[in-house]
Design a protein around this ligand. Structure first.
Ligand SMILES: C[S@@+](CC[C@H](N)C(=O)[O-])C[C@H]1O[C@@H](n2cnc3c(N)ncnc32)[C@H](O)[C@@H]1O
Ligand SMILES: [Zn+2]
Length: 269
């Protein structure tokens, strides 16, 4: 692992690599898995035995993203981070690492963190030169002022934690659904398609950050039949819709769709 910024999840002091483990000055020790990740999630930080996205969800996400449907989004994210001269990035809630791996081509140092072990395992398969870590955004296991930027794509956010690990003037690049995200999928599943609830996003990062840029991105794409279920599995609608409507959606030969993304850049005050 390179350019290590890990902090001990027990006492917050710096972790140093000794062969196959990470140790702090107070002798707390954490194994570095052979597969290439650190597990810095303490048992009391786990809401269940296997927190975060499960194996099937991770597999679905990889299948869908690898087809390139969201490529314009990762291209735009990369462009913004390059413009901002980001040298060390934390992908907080990196999932199975599609975005993290793509960004590695343009950014010197990247850490990918997710609470899902299956997600981090898939990340390790993608690229071993990234510092992968099982951990929670609610207790980021990194030293203070470690990163130039935190990327948060469709994941829960924690203002205080992001602030802690960001350098002075550090940035948060936040990507979430816009009000018109996936309208056609939703019209198959529900009688009425309401605008996506995005009002909560307005409250993110309002205490210690200023928003310096905001934009919307629309991506139009046609999902082939075998990728409709993976797309659905990436959304909360998988759990919310009725079995009948799900079946109707999955019977379609293809789904013409629009991804409507909200992209916001915040600077630490
Ligand atoms: C919708 S997925 C987005 C993943 C990735 N950013 C992407 O867009 O492909 C949300 C991710 O958040 C992770 N997650 C949920 N709670 C978390 C937490 N407390 N800390 C870190 N990751 C968490 C899940 O395991 C899942 O991988
Ligand atoms: Zn310690």
């Amino acid at each position: 692992m390179i350019n290590l910024k890990f902090a001990c999840p027990v006492c917050q002091s710096a972790l140093t690599q000794f062969d196959k483990s990470l140790k702090c000055e107070n002798n707390h020790s954490f194994d570095l898995a052979k597969k290439g990740y650190a597990n810095l999630l303490l048992s009391h930080q786990m809401s269940s035995k296997q927190p975060g996205d499960n194996k099937a969800m991770i597999k679905a996400r990889t299948q869908f993203l690898e087809k390139g449907y969201y490529k314009p989004l990762i291209k735009r994210i990369t462009q913004i981070l390059i413009e901002q001269k980001v040298n060390h990035l934390l992908d907080a809630g990196c999932g199975e690492g599609y975005y993290t791996q793509y960004l590695k081509q343009s950014i010197n140092y990247i850490d990918g963190l997710d609470i899902s072990k299956e997600g981090i395992l898939q990340g390790c398969r993608r690229d071993k030169s990234i510092n992968w870590c099982i951990g929670s955004v609610s207790a980021l296991p990194y030293l203070e002022e470690s990163f130039d930027a935190v990327l948060s794509v469709f994941c829960r956010t924690e203002e205080e934690q992001f602030k802690k690990v960001l350098k002075q003037n550090g940035l948060i690049l936040f990507v979430g659904p816009g009000v018109n995200h996936l309208p056609n999928l939703r019209s198959k599943l529900y009688d009425e398609v309401l605008p996506y609830q995005t009002d909560k996003q307005e409250d993110y990062f309002k205490d210690s950050f200023e928003m310096i840029h905001e934009e919307k991105l629309d991506i139009h794409f046609t999902v082939i039949q075998e990728d409709i279920l993976p797309l659905l599995s990436m959304t909360p609608h998988y759990w919310k819709c009725t079995k009948e409507n799900k079946e109707k959606l999955l019977e379609m030969n293809e789904l013409k769709e629009t991804g409507n993304f909200s992209i916001r850049l915040f600077r630490k005050l």
